[in-house]
Design a protein around this ligand. Structure first.
Ligand SMILES: [Zn+2]
Length: 198
């Protein structure tokens, strides 16, 4: 798997006056790709820089994309593992991922704002929760994921914390929730959000 470092990450490192060890980063990504079983199954992985961790870009199996950031408070290895697990899920037949939804990472970088809708962001967030649950502490921690989840559902969808807690509990399970089921849950949450905005 080819690992490419995007200019945005170089710029971020310069802006923050931080040293970027390219080789170390490349080998880290390659090692985790092997660990999650996607090595040899994907083409290029592009590592882009971003000031915050909540932004997420995903690519297809032809070209993947990791958002890397320098926030020392976060476990960077776990962030990388989280992103690569999306790819692993996409490749897993049991996940029943809709490949038609997918685009190449490079295209995503360019078009992410046009492509994103409240429903697609919601869907991605539901997937994030189930994915991190399955990573059992080797992805984003439960506390951090829940803090973001309830904030996200409150601010962007107007849902009370109690409601987001119920949805979260349903998703935080060792069971792989297939993509079509995530779509269905997203539709329900969306309908609930529309009701509570009235
Ligand atoms: Zn994610």
């Amino acid at each position: 798997m080819e690992v490419e470092i995007h200019a945005s990450l170089e710029k971020l490192a310069r802006d923050m006056k931080l040293a970027l060890d390219r080789e170390e980063l490349r080998s880290k990504v390659a090692r985790i790709a092997l660990e999650v079983g996607i090595d040899g199954k994907v083409g290029k992985t592009l590592i882009v820089g971003c000031g915050m961790s909540s932004v997420e870009l995903r690519g297809g199996i032809g070209g993947n994309c990791i958002v890397y950031h320098f926030d020392p408070a976060s476990a960077q290895e776990n962030e990388i593992r989280h992103e690569l697990m999306h790819i692993s899920d996409e490749l897993n037949p049991a996940f029943m991922y809709d490949m038609a939804y997918d685009t190449l990472a490079i295209e995503v970088v360019r078009k992410v704002t046009d492509r994103e809708t409240p429903l697609s962001r919601l869907l991605c967030e539901l997937w994030n929760v189930n994915l991190d649950a399955r990573l059992r502490g080797e992805g984003i921690s439960r506390d951090r994921r829940f803090a973001y989840f309830q904030y996200f559902l409150k601010i962007d969808y107007g849902l009370p914390i109690q409601v987001s807690k119920e949805i979260f509990e349903k998703l935080w399970t060792d069971r792989l929730i297939p993509y079509p089921e995530l779509v269905q849950i997203a539709d329900e949450v969306w309908a609930e959000a529309l009701r509570s905005q009235r």
